[in-house]
Write a protein that binds this ligand. Structure first.
Ligand code: HEC
Length: 256
């Protein structure tokens, strides 16, 4: 049997006293330590058995204090390459940057003019009856032809009668009543003459939109011969009626 040095027993005993497991009887462990020497282990009976058990418990305590070996996945997580801190704000602002980039690189929207707005209104509200090119009944449409100067023959001046006609339509004029130029080649137009009625747009299109679409059918579809001064004066008139202020193109026109 291997000898256990005396001082180890004493250390263990002291530890147990410290832990409150053993009362200090002042024996100094094993008694007469110096004299008995290595003999203590074999001769001390139940007392030394107790001390051995204590030494074992002590050894266990020390064993538990050992740090446990890390599982593989923990050390893998510790040592893997991590996303650097500076990447966080970069990733956060990336969508914002992409949005701004796209916004800055796309071409600015075309400025709205009376003519571009009139074209849009015509396509949405008039083309179904008068045709995209203004051929009207010449092209199988329900409405009168507005192209090739036709609309200029009915309404020689934009300011006279034309806007009123667009606002009130056939029924507003009164079926059977004449409208437009009385000296029109072929005689003046009569409301309801075609067998179909033109709706009035006063309730659905804003003032400036009626003005724009009137300009569009005159200046574009019927190629009205006008000077630059007249065009400038019409642009002022259009703005006075509210044109060009509403970027969204909505206005109080709207419709059905
Ligand atoms: C539902 C079909 C219809 C729609 C939509 C329509 N029109 Fe007409 N338009 C007519 C008819 C039909 C006439 C002839 C009226 C009549 O005989 O009483 C006419 C006549 C006209 C005339 C008179 C032409 C002439 O020489 O007698 C003008 C100008 C005109 N339309 C412009 C427009 C404009 C501008 C729009 C759109 C804002 C429009 N129309 C929408 C059916 C339509």
């Amino acid at each position: 049997m291997t000898e256990v040095p005396e001082y180890l027993f004493e250390r263990s005993r002291q530890r147990r006293i410290d832990l409150g497991l053993l009362e200090d009887d002042g024996s100094g462990g094993g008694g007469g330590a110096g004299a008995s020497g290595g003999e203590a282990l074999t001769s001390s009976g139940s007392g030394s058995a107790e001390v051995i058990a204590a030494a074992k418990a002590d050894a266990k305590l020390e064993q538990f204090a050992e740090p446990e070996a890390e599982p593989g996945w923990v050390s893998a997580a510790r040592s893997r390459t991590k996303i650097p801190m500076w990447a966080l704000p970069v990733m956060f602002f990336l969508p914002l940057w992409a949005f701004v980039y796209v916004k800055l690189t796309e071409p600015p929207p075309e400025p709205v003019t009376a003519i571009t707005e009139g074209a849009a209104t015509y396509a949405a509200r008039c083309a179904s009856c008068h045709g995209g090119d203004g051929a009207g009944s010449d092209g199988g449409g329900v409405g009168r032809p507005l192209y090739n100067g036709e609309v200029l023959l009915t309404f020689p001046k934009l300011e006279v009668d034309m806007l009123h006609w667009l606002e009130v339509g056939s029924e507003g004029i009164g079926l059977g009543n004449a409208y437009g130029a009385t000296d029109r080649p072929g005689g003046s137009r009569i409301s309801g003459e075609t067998g179909a009625n033109m709706p009035g747009f006063g309730g659905t299109l804003s003032e400036y939109k009626i003005y724009s679409v009137a300009r569009y059918i005159r200046e574009v579809l019927s190629q009205e011969p006008i000077t630059d001064e007249e065009i400038a004066a019409r642009d002022v008139e259009w703005e006075d009626r509210g044109g060009g202020k509403d970027v969204s193109g909505g206005g109080h026109g709207g419709g059905h």
